[in-house]
Design a protein around this ligand. Structure first.
Ligand SMILES: *Cc1c(COP(=O)(O)O)cnc(C)c1O
Length: 491
């Protein structure tokens, strides 16, 4: 194939991507002199309109996305999000609404925020929500801050947060950033929290247990009520990482399991794509005791039923976000929840679980499954069988790219070596699941017969294997004219 020219190579002096009519007024030079334009950048490529369109269209095609193919990146819930919710969020009344607008002019938007808080409370069984945090990780941090504020006020500041060894990396980071010492709780042979280990670790210095349910192996922590009781007995809090809420929607509620604090990822479960650097939202739900500590402003209703931002909350941990979080992500979530309704949400969870179990059953003999416990919305295979032929999870993941599939998650849970965490979500058809199963079986066969083809994969993508360490350490995030050399495809 002839390589497509890069935009840097087709620049020609004087080419323009626009055509303006001749001036019919006197030309004024340097009108932009006092405007803050970038003086440090000169020498942009000079190209025509079609060249620039092709450049950006090609760039957009070098990346994988859910609109192109199957994206089973476990724990990330990369489901297809209905385009109509994007459309709704783009209505001018939402997208042009200025955050400094007086409350009386944006009552509708406040109503959207308030309704979403109430519906999330209903879905999770919590008493109140804040929509301010803009990511799951920020939600975790806010949850830890709420617990700390409560305990400090009671004159019982504690030092430790317990976290199971299967947790997502953000959990220990958030606890640590909030000033707590992280202590690991072991998983048992079933892949769930080792209750004995928890009993041993739980004492009067433990502020909270952070638990993910279903956990990152996709397993439901069936001892959750007992676990909460153990923590509560010593006056600690239970924080639930609700990033996997897609598996529970409409089926059961963390609040009913006696969880005290939870975060959700609207950009996973509720109709915003996860990853890719776009805006997110990680709302935090609490039980009544923690309500006074929620970040300000809190949206409250006056006697005449109008809504306002209440800043007068003396126990609040303060602001955690400018304005009020990522409003348009909330709009999409509300549109999604209302359009599906309670039965639709339940169906989401059921099909997500069904799809994951279909994949699990179909691949069980072909790929090693460390934990045999039944799983919900995802399952974690490992590369143990393929390692006998020198093939690792990264080789399997890269080969999947050749079959039009995004690689599964490999970086965690740390308790499964060579992990392949697969989450199909509810939006894939049986036909697409079958194509994935076929690809995985073929890869397993290739591992035995022709491992080289896996080690050199991907073969069909625009870029081959990247040096990820170099990319992270010496990242090139924008083109600079002095670097005339275009980035080279690593062959
Ligand atoms: C995605 C995820 C998080 C973090 O959410 P971000 O929005 O990426 O910060 C935390 N825990 C689990 C289990 C997750 O899957």
């Amino acid at each position: 194939m002839i390589r497509e020219p890069l935009i840097f190579e087709i620049s020609d002096e004087g080419k323009r991507a626009y055509a303006l009519p001749k001036l019919d007024i006197p030309e004024k030079k340097d009108v932009l002199q006092d405007v803050r334009t970038r003086k440090d950048i000169e020498g942009f490529p000079q190209v025509s309109e079609i060249e620039i369109v092709r450049h950006f269209t090609r760039l957009s095609q070098t990346n994988f996305c859910i609109d192109i193919g199957f994206y089973p990146l476990g724990s990330c819930t990369m489901k297809y999000n209905p385009k109509i919710n994007e459309k709704i969020a783009s209505f001018p009344g939402f997208s042009h609404s200025h955050p400094f607008s007086p409350e009386e002019l944006v009552q509708g938007n406040l109503e959207i925020l308030k309704t979403t808080e109430e519906l999330l409370s209903e879905i999770t069984g919590m008493d109140a929500f804040t929509l301010q945090p803009s990511a799951g990780a920020q939600g975790e941090l806010v949850g830890m801050m709420l617990i700390r504020a409560y305990l400090e006020e009671k004159g019982d500041p504690r030092k430790i947060v317990l976290i199971p060894d299967s947790a997502h990396g953000t959990n220990p980071s958030s606890a640590h950033l909030s000033g707590y010492r992280v202590q690991e709780i072991k998983s048992n042979e079933q892949g769930t929290v080792d209750v004995e280990d928890l009993v041993r670790a739980m004492n009067d210095d433990v502020a909270a247990l952070m638990i993910t349910n279903p956990n990152t192996l996709g397993i439901f922590e069936s001892d959750i009520k007992k676990i909460c009781a153990i923590v509560h007995e010593k006056s600690g809090f239970v924080y639930m990482d609700g990033a996997n809420m897609n598996a529970l929607l409409g089926e059961c509620r963390p609040g009913d399991m006696d969880v005290d604090v939870i975060h959700l990822n609207l950009h996973k479960t509720f109709s915003t794509p996860h990853g890719g650097g776009g805006p997110g939202s990680g709302p935090v739900g609490v039980k009544k005791v923690l309500d006074p500590y929620l970040p300000i402003p809190v949206i409250e209703r006056r006697k005449d039923s109008s809504l306002y931002f209440n800043l007068d909350r003396p126990k609040s941990i303060g602001r955690v976000q400018s304005f009020y979080g990522n409003f348009l992500v909330v709009v999409k979530a509300l549109a999604y929840i209302l359009s599906l309704g309670p039965n639709g949400l339940k169906e989401v969870a059921e099909i997500a679980v069904l799809n994951a179990n279909y994949l699990r059953k179909s691949l069980e003999g072909e790929y090693h499954l460390k934990y045999k416990t039944p799983t919900l919305h995802e399952c974690v295979f490992s590369d143990k069988f393929q390692k006998e032929h020198g093939v690792q999870n990264i080789d399997i993941a890269k080969r999947l790219i050749d079959f039009g599939v995004h690689p599964p998650t490999m970086s965690f849970p740390l308790i499964v070596h060579g992990a392949l965490m697969i989450e199909p979500t509810e939006t894939e058809s049986k036909k697409d699941l079958d194509l994935f199963i076929e690809a995985m079986k073929r890869i397993s066969k290739e591992a035995q017969e022709n491992p080289e083809v896996l080690k050199e994969a991907p073969h069909t993508s625009y870029m081959r294997r990247l040096d990820e360490t170099k990319a992270a350490r010496e990242s090139v995030l924008r083109w600079r004219p002095e670097e005339k050399e275009a980035p080279q495809n690593k062959e």
